[in-house]
Design a protein around this ligand. Structure first.
Ligand SMILES: Nc1ncnc2c1ncn2[C@@H]1O[C@H](COP(=O)(O)OP(=O)(O)OP(=O)(O)O)[C@@H](O)[C@H]1O
Ligand SMILES: [Mg+2]
Length: 177
């Protein structure tokens, strides 16, 4: 199956939170797994990388889909970091209420006019001024996943690169009501 069709299916299958298959898990293990998957590609490109993921930050979430969100951020980071650059993956608990996952990479900024539209599937067909390199569905998928988890996501340009982040509630399993 074509990559674009695959991504479109992934996206369209996430209509509402009922599709989520939730369980309680700590994020550090998941982040380390995904990071290890991308490490060879970072090494190949001479990129320095590190991960900061304290244990015990637990979420009640769809593990496979959270993994996909992290993976989409990291694949972008690997793609857009110049040779010899830097990638940092970090996890933190914000006020014991939200788990924040962020991926920093050195390199070019996201142009100001694209900061919003890159998240939006409907805008994808309009392009992002020729900078788009793949299906353009990676970030809309991240946003959909995070939103279904009552979380939020965003991007910020920093002095020498970009940070893509998302936050989801820290939480235990809810008792069925
Ligand atoms: N780390 C990054 N640094 C700079 N620009 C980025 C970064 N991540 C995303 N972008 C910009 O946002 C656009 C959309 O990203 P998105 O992941 O949705 O699609 P894509 O990476 O182009 O395609 P795919 O994810 O299918 O490979 C990218 O084409 C790029 O212009
Ligand atoms: Mg992408």
């Amino acid at each position: 199956m074509g990559e674009r069709l695959n991504m479109l299916l992934t996206f369209s299958k996430m209509e509402d939170a009922a599709v989520l298959s939730k369980s309680a898990f700590a994020l550090d293990g998941l982040l380390e797994d995904v990071f290890a998957e991308y490490a060879p590609r970072m090494e190949d490109r001479g990129i320095a990388f590190d991960i900061t993921a304290p244990p015990g930050v637990k979420v009640y979430a769809d593990r496979a889909r959270i993994r996909m969100a992290v993976s989409n951020y990291l694949s972008n980071a690997v793609k857009f970091t110049p040779e010899g650059g830097e990638i940092r993956l970090a996890l933190e608990a914000v006020r014991k209420r939200r788990a924040r996952v962020s991926v920093y990479n050195s390199g070019s900024h996201v142009p100001k006019e694209d900061l919003e539209r890159i998240w939006n599937y409907l805008d994808v067909s309009e392009g992002t001024g020729g900078t788009r390199t793949g299906t353009g569905l990676g970030l809309p998928i991240v946003r959909r996943i995070v939103t279904l988890h009552d979380g939020r996501c965003g991007v910020e340009n920093t002095a020498d690169g970009v940070v893509f982040w998302f936050e989801v509630p820290i939480g235990k399993e809810k008792k069925p009501s």
